[in-house]
Design a binder for this molecule. Structure first.
Ligand code: SF4
Ligand code: SF4
Length: 478
């Protein structure tokens, strides 16, 4: 028995863990027809879903300083987060951000269980708040849906199925476009949509593939995505403990369960074994058996049970957000050694990430003397050195760069064309510096080179200049 299993009677037997609610005894897919949920939690989730859907569909079109507010262009390895642009060169930031996200997920799950799945996960939001609602609208309640599926093909059934899948396809098409807008940006997406498919074959095919995948997921695969595929769901077994807040049945209060009889004085627990919590469950489980892998914390069973408790005049909350410790010992503590440990690690990571983002420069320039090269004698008593310049542009625009000697008089020039770096690109050029012989006081004269962006100093790079000491160096001696 795992830590999160409860011993609620009469289910101290745990045979339910040997099978999935969505698989029949014969090993076939059991299609779930959940009863339409309603209640205060469901109303709250509808509101949260609308907000989330608005964020998902509107954000790709929001712009900041003429650029997308958010963009996750994995094809061009360009990412914009709240107006800040990141590229492959920011791999350290990515690594820290990824580790921070994982630690945050661990912390959040240890404390609040699968709250994310029920309220924020786009899979749940689209499945339960969009596609499932279309089922109820077109095919009726859960009983009628089952009857329709079990019935033979009639004109009415064909019409309803075609109508439903037509809407599914349209919504899947919208979701595919929305997803693409997050990846390639709204401008490119609008170009793909407005031009003939032959001009953007790649984008057109991507939209069709995504549409097909979403139609398949929401039309057929459904809750299996959460139960069989989602890695986050699989993590629950190791992340949850007895203090984690989950959707839990209060077996202390509810058991022994038994039918409600108005005329008799009740000596049983508060659970009247009405099965309403099971009927509304979109993953086909009985929460009274304890926390299970399949539970996506959708709150439907809380609402269903609360309404039953109202009707039998018992307090609400027989099924509620609570921890096993909370139910067994009435002790609710969000601050545990695990949550403290994760919080400390998370604070350190976020502090480091914030520091790196704040101190990140727009242009990164390194200047190193070219390896294997000595100094060169030049006419008019000049000594020259050759340098390798690597410049990286992290901004949205092309940037012209120039250089100026800061601490000594001399000549400095970029070999080849003038230096213009395109957005998110890095370039390598050679830099030629000449100093008068009398300026050179040692073998290695410290140099400070100002890097100018459109005439403005953006960085001062320190390096050194190799030359003969006091007018006589190794070359002179030879
Ligand atoms: S809805 Fe409540 S009362 Fe009915 S079976 Fe479930 S837990 Fe028991
Ligand atoms: S057990 Fe309750 S919260 Fe969990 S998936 Fe089923 S209805 Fe939703």
């Amino acid at each position: 028995m795992t830590e999160t299993e409860t011993t609620n009677s009469p289910a101290s037997e745990t045979s339910f863990r040997d099978q999935l609610g969505i698989v029949s005894k014969e090993g076939k897919r059991k299609w779930i027809y959940p009863k339409k949920p309603s209640g205060r939690f469901h109303a709250g989730r509808i509101l949260a879903s609308w907000i989330l859907l608005a964020i998902l569909f509107v954000t790709p079109f929001l712009r900041f300083n003429g650029h997308p507010l958010m963009l996750f262009d994995i094809t061009e390895r360009k990412f914009i987060v709240f107006g800040l642009i990141f590229g492959p060169h920011d791999y350290i930031l990515f690594a820290i951000a990824m580790i921070s996200t994982i630690v945050f997920i661990f912390l959040f799950t240890v404390v609040f269980g699968r709250l994310f799945c029920g309220w924020i996960c786009p899979q749940t939001v689209f499945m339960e708040m969009v596609f499932r609602k279309i089922d109820y609208w077109i095919e009726g309640n859960h009983v009628r849906q089952k009857q329709l599926n079990d019935s033979s093909w009639t004109g009415n059934k064909i019409f309803k199925k075609l109508f439903k899948h037509g809407i599914y396809f349209f919504l899947s098409f919208l979701i595919a476009n929305m997803l693409l807008a997050w990846i390639i940006g709204s401008e490119k997406l609008l170009k793909i949509i407005s031009a003939p498919p032959s001009e953007h074959m790649g984008g057109f095919v991507a939209i069709l593939v995504f549409t097909g995948v979403f139609h398949w997921i929401f039309g057929w695969f459904r809750e299996q995505a959460c139960i069989l595929v989602c890695p986050y769901g699989r993590l629950q077994g190791v992340l949850l403990d007895r203090n984690s807040i989950v959707i839990a049945y209060d077996f202390i209060r509810g058991e022994p369960r038994g039918k409600f009889r108005k005329s008799e004085e009740r000596i049983l627990g508060d659970c009247i074994d009405c099965h309403q919590c099971v009927e509304v469950c979109p993953t086909g489980i009985d929460i009274r058996n304890g926390t299970q892998l399949e539970c996506i914390n959708c709150t439907a069973c809380i609402d269903a049970c609360d309404s039953i408790m109202d009707s039998v005049e018992k307090p609400r909350g027989l099924i509620r957000y609570d921890s096993i410790e909370g139910i067994e010992k009435k002790i609710r503590s969000l601050i545990t050694p695990r949550s403290i440990g994760y919080s400390i690690v998370l604070i350190i990571l976020i502090s480091l990430l914030t520091y790196l983002v704040i101190t990140r420069s727009d242009i990164d320039v390194t200047i190193l003397r070219t390896g294997g090269m000595f100094y060169q004698e030049q006419p008019d008593d000049y000594i020259s050195n050759l340098y390798d310049v690597k410049a990286l542009n992290k901004t949205f625009e092309s940037v012209p760069l120039s250089f100026k000697l800061k601490n000594v008089d001399g000549k400095i020039s970029v070999l080849g064309d003038s230096l213009i770096i395109k957005t998110q690109e890095s370039v390598s050029v050679k830099l030629f510096i000449m100093l008068k012989r009398d300026q050179i006081k040692s073998m290695n004269t410290p140099l400070q080179i100002e890097v100018l962006r459109s005439g403005e100093i953006t960085q001062v790079v320190e390096t050194s200049f190799l030359g003969p000491v006091g007018g006589k160096g190794i070359i002179d001696e030879i």
